[in-house]
Design a protein. Structure first.
Length: 193
């Protein structure tokens, strides 16, 4: 029985490795516009639904990518569950982007500080973060601290909740389907230089 428990723990933790932070690339004249997406509760239906993608979330992100935006994914998911995020994004049809995950206990305790630091580094490297999506108050605090205009910040209502968390956002979305027309028709393509 003991050997079975050890084997099970080894299998479960085979993907428990924490993913390191990638270097933030400098913006180029051809691509300097970005959009940021929180993952859990924003691209997933709920904070704890880490194996499920929200309906139409990948389509919305893909439209941004096709319009020339750099995709930034941010998450403070537990380090024990981080290793599966790249495969989950790929499996669910999300376009490639830059993935930044909390590295320290402090990052996990203060997600707004972690996300602000990452976004500020993008801004310092010449990126214009044009749109932002999240589901928690800490997402909205981070977005406000790097001065993403409220009119370009959108809140996602977690499954089972009756209202979006407080913050500076333009709209509380119950899902991505209702937002696809906005992304298709109102989000400008990045001009080609």
């Amino acid at each position: 029985m003991r050997n079975l428990i050890i084997l099970l723990a080894a299998v479960l933790c085979s993907s428990c490795a924490q993913l390191p932070l990638a270097a933030i690339p400098p913006a180029t004249p051809k691509q300097a516009q970005a959009v940021v997406f929180d993952i859990d509760g924003t691209l997933t239906p709920h904070l704890l639904s880490i194996f499920e993608a929200r309906i139409d979330a990948a389509d919305a992100v893909r439209i941004f990518a096709e319009k020339g935006y750099k995709i930034i994914y941010l998450s403070t998911r537990s380090r024990w569950l981080q290793a599966r995020i790249p495969g989950w994004l790929d499996k669910n049809g999300f376009p490639r982007g830059s993935l930044y995950l909390a590295q320290t206990d402090e990052d996990h305790r203060y997600p707004d500080v972690f996300k602000r630091q990452i976004l500020q580094e993008f801004i310092d490297k010449g990126w214009n973060v044009e749109f932002a999506y999240g589901d928690s108050h800490t997402d909205f605090v981070a977005y406000a601290l790097v001065r993403i205009p409220k009119e370009r910040v959108f809140a996602l209502l977690p499954k089972g909740e009756t209202s979006c968390q407080p913050g500076d956002w333009k709209a509380c979305l119950t899902g991505w389907a209702e937002h696809l027309d906005f992304v298709r028709k109102s989000v400008p393509s990045v001009p080609e230089n």
